[in-house]
Design a protein around this ligand. Structure first.
Ligand SMILES: [Fe+2]
Length: 288
């Protein structure tokens, strides 16, 4: 494991040899000046996943921090809007009395994916704050998509060069959430879009594999063949030694770069455990 380094006076402690780093000294509830933000962004480009806290972070402060990265998205799945801030999306399994209601709020998060790949302009970063976290399960796992691409065989790299996949929120949502499909209005607001299967990170210039659970089929080949190719590549993308598995402590905040990592949540018992997290997503670029 690499030891801590400093980026512009900011202590950065790697969480694994490949991805993830903790910034133990930065209290985001106090606000972040420009110079510090520049260091945070540099750390993000280097480590892909950044861990902060624990601290108490009011929703407004989370949003303020998110806006430093860029335009914060208002999510099409409006039933999750929270805290009078439509940019924040709350996932909770609590009833009005604060007791577990037995329902998992978003089963789609259990499959490896990258946020916002179903939009033309995909997500840059996602920022999650853990208000209440389960004792068992409810972890967030991250895998390195630079490494996923680099470890593909030359034959695979050749096969997928220039290929595009169609990402479709309705596809992934219906597959994981048959009981709560998207409304016609939500569907109209999120039509399927095609994205490159290999994308180049706009800041680092490095290539990464870009698929995940929202990818439905491949442009220009038979639907079933494309489905099989996507399933195979999604499975090939995840390497235990290129993965960071985070067990949450209440009050922690994680920022990750959707352009070069996939993530998933692990299951928990929604009838006995309590989990309330609030997240927001910053819009990024059209992938190339
Ligand atoms: Fe996600």
């Amino acid at each position: 494991m690499e030891t801590a380094e400093t980026i512009a006076d900011l202590r950065v402690r790697p969480l694994t040899p490949t991805l993830g780093a903790e910034l133990p000294d930065l209290d985001l509830s106090a606000g972040v000046d420009e110079r510090t933000f520049a260091a945070v962004y540099r750390a993000l480009l280097r480590y892909q996943v950044l861990l902060f806290g624990p601290f108490d972070l009011p929703p407004g402060r989370q949003l303020e921090f998110a806006r430093r990265f860029g335009e914060v998205q208002i999510h099409v799945m409006n039933q999750y809007h929270a805290d009078a801030y439509p940019e924040l999306y709350r996932l909770s399994n609590l009833d009005a009395q604060g007791n577990p209601n037995g329902r998992h709020p978003d089963k789609g998060t259990l499959a490896w994916h990258t946020d916002g790949s179903w939009q033309r302009r995909t997500a840059q970063v996602t920022i999650i704050y853990g208000e209440i976290v389960p004792e068992h399960g409810g972890e967030t796992h991250f895998c390195d998509m630079y490494g996923a691409y680099e470890r593909l065989s030359p034959a695979w790299k050749q096969r997928i060069a220039g290929m595009r996949a169609v990402h479709n929120l309705d596809f992934s949502r219906t597959r994981r959430h048959g009981e709560q499909p998207m409304t016609d209005e939500q569907r109209a607001a999120a039509p399927p879009v095609d994205q490159p299967i290999v994308r180049t990170h706009p800041d680092t210039g490095r290539k990464c594999l870009y698929l995940g659970d929202h990818a439905e089929y491949v442009v220009g080949i038979a639907y079933d063949e494309g489905r099989a190719l996507i399933d195979e590549l999604n499975a090939l993308a995840v390497h235990p030694d290129l993965t960071y598995e985070h067990h949450w402590v209440p009050g922690q905040l994680i920022v990750w770069d959707n352009r070069c990592v996939m993530h998933r949540a692990t299951d928990y018992d929604p009838a006995t455990e309590r989990r309330v997290v609030r997240r927001c997503t910053v819009l990024g670029e059209v992938p190339h």
